[in-house]
Design a protein around this ligand. Sequence first.
Ligand SMILES: O=C(O)CCC(=O)C(=O)O
Length: 284
Amino acid sequence: MSDKRRKSRIQGGWTSASKVPTKRVPIGSKIHSTNPNDSVTDGEKKSLENGSQQKFVFEESCIKVGRHKPAEKTIEEHGIHEIGVSANGVSRICYFPDFIEEEKADQIFDRLHKELPWRQRSDVWPDGRTFLQPRLTAWYGDLPYTYSGQTHQPNPKWHPVLQDLREHLQKSLGIYFNSMLANLYRDGHDSVGWHTDKNPALGEQPTIASLSFGDSRTFELRKNPPPEENGDYTYMEHLKVPLIHGSLLTMEGALQHDWQHRVPKEYHDRGPRINLTFRLTFPE
Ligand SMILES: O=C(O)CCC(=O)C(=O)O
């Protein structure tokens, strides 16, 4: 068992009371006293009263003390959230739950759901095996876009609804976008796994603007661990943002260097959700 796993478990076992010394021994040792005059739990008292000679003995590792999993935080408030700073700079998300009013958002969802050229594409595991992505996608942009070994071919003829949204975003944020990746999560079983949008085609610190339509889904972020954690995220910060119908989320600054994100599968039924991520891509 790895040290980390051992640290997060309380170990012990049933032992014969006759083997247990009556003197209390310090934490970190294997045995606690069964002398009824010493403090014992209700369960322990019962087993002693019943004449049982068995007692549960805790072994607690000293090294466990002082290492806590940070509490998971949820961000629901409208506005700018600086979620971390490192040598790479500040990682920031901005969340605007009411970016598009409900009736308009309903119309956008219906048209995009029916009219975009949705396709299920494949992706590649790190070991080279391919699998079908658990969602449908569509790409718009003058340039091709490659990630996970798959290339979306240029698709410069923007759907009119997407063109309107692109202009609205550009005016609101003061940022130019020339491409957009759309995701359709058909139900709660569809998802996107942990990843970053760190891609040479997006430059060093891209601003990605993400619009959501349809059923709400949880967007999760987790901070990348330092090298000494060997890729283990157990003790790293985790954040959740519920992305609702008509909301805008931007990812900015060092976020793609220092954090990963995902939209996990849901345990409860979900209706379809469309996500549009507007980006500025450069020729690779
Ligand atoms: O569906 C979302 O909100 C996130 C999509 C995403 O992570 C991506 O397209 O890279």
